[in-house]
Design a protein around this ligand. Structure first.
Ligand SMILES: NC(=O)c1ccc[n+]([C@@H]2O[C@H](COP(=O)([O-])OP(=O)(O)OC[C@H]3O[C@@H](n4cnc5c(N)ncnc54)[C@H](O)[C@@H]3O)[C@@H](O)[C@H]2O)c1
Length: 348
């Protein structure tokens, strides 16, 4: 699937006359772990940090585990190491893709879940070894919210809402938390309140995460950008991805101060692996997010044009019913969907 994304990224750059990207490959994942006992090649993390951006394929297999029962997760270390606090997960309804809600307004779903990706409840995720394990009788995980990360996160959210507003969206940032019961979440909201006045053009709103799960089923078309703690974002972004089809549409960017990592939000889909059945669009749209990021990083509009070209190709392919992923009951596997996106990208 990464190959599909890279192929489409390269084609879009050629189409808009932008210079090609150069790639360095780093081995990682469950198959590599089975062979070598390491989840990423030696020096791989350092080399990833030298790049302008990281593109990560789906990693992991439920059958490949550490002795404590947890799965390999080098991507959590990459998030930690490079401070990739801003997890951007766009959720958009495409024409002719399945709508899980009967209400016709579901065709207008177009929102972003901004998931903090370095702390929250994932702070003590198994890979970091920070859980407090008291023999075989008790285990404590810690939910950590820091001012430094949360300030950056909320600013990122307000700026994202501004950028989207400039493209015709509502210009609203919803703070999703559980401030009614957790001190950490009240702190998260307090920092949101401190920062909001710097962005007077953006509408603000709060929601408790349990109510927000309900809201996302009842009226998802009302939301623009939602900012939340790591675990809440982990769960709500899958729910939201389901509203517009399934995991095969779930693109993801994880942005830090110095580098960005881009990957489909789904896993390795072991139930359909190697059968040319998986939907490559999450990976392809993650490639577009990477181009958008590089456009801003280097101030090169051509990269932004290439990103827009990919998004437009997916949109027009669905609209003309020329993209029909098997994931949605269609007749097109990974290769056929990729070929159609490539054709749309190259179209005059
Ligand atoms: N960032 C990552 O690399 C990442 C993220 C989530 C899970 N994982 C790993 O992936 C493995 C499988 O996890 P899982 O089954 O919970 O989640 P998954 O996302 O792989 O699959 C969940 C469901 O969605 C479907 N699906 C996922 N991607 C699809 C696509 N592109 N096209 C069509 N259908 C798709 C699968 O067939 C499955 O039914 C596990 O080892 C897990 O740890 C890795």
């Amino acid at each position: 699937m990464s190959e599909a994304a890279i192929e489409v990224v390269d084609a879009a750059l050629r189409r808009v006359g932008a210079p090609a990207l150069s790639y360095t490959e780093i081995a990682a994942g469950a198959a590599y772990f089975t062979k070598t006992g390491k989840d990423i090649e030696p020096g791989g993390e350092e080399r990833a940090g030298e790049a302008d951006a990281i593109f990560l394929g789906a990693i992991g297999l439920p059958s490949v585990r550490h002795a404590d029962g947890t799965e390999i997760s080098p991507h959590l270390r990459l998030r930690d190491r490079f401070g990739l606090y801003a997890g951007v997960r766009p959720v958009k309804a495409y024409p002719n893709a399945p709508q899980r809600l009967a209400d016709p307004r579901a065709a207008g779903i177009d929102m972003v879940i901004l998931r903090e990706s370095t702390e929250g409840l994932f702070y003590s995720a198994a890979v970091h070894g920070r859980a407090e394990i008291i023999g075989d009788s008790e285990v404590r995980d810690t939910l950590r919210i820091t001012r430094a990360t949360t300030e950056k996160l909320h600013r990122f959210g307000f700026r994202l809402a501004q950028k989207r507003k400039a493209r015709g969206h509502a210009g609203k940032l919803t703070c999703v938390d559980k401030a009614n019961v957790f001190a950490s979440m009240a702190f998260f909201r307090k920092i949101y309140d401190e920062i909001a006045p710097d962005y007077p053009d953006i509408a603000t709103e709060y929601a408790y995460v349990d109510a927000q799960a309900l809201n996302l089923i009842r009226q998802p078309w009302d939301y623009d950008v939602m900012v939340m703690e790591n675990m809440f974002g982990d769960i709500l972004s899958d729910l939201a991805g389901g509203l517009v089809g399934g995991m095969g549409m779930a693109a993801c960017a994880e942005i830090g101060d110095g580098i960005g990592l881009f990957q489909p939000a789904h896993g390795s889909a072991p139930d359909i692996m190697g059968q040319d059945r998986a939907n490559p669009l999450a990976a392809i749209l993650s490639g577009a997010l990477m181009l958008d990021y590089l456009a801003e990083k280097f101030g090169d509009d051509r990269l932004g044009d290439a990103a827009a070209r990919i998004e437009q190709a997916v949109e027009s392919g669905f609209a003309a019913n020329r993209i029909r992923p098997m994931e949605f009951g269609g007749d097109m596997g990974t290769r056929a969907v990729t070929a159609e996106v490539l054709a749309q990208v190259a179209a005059p």
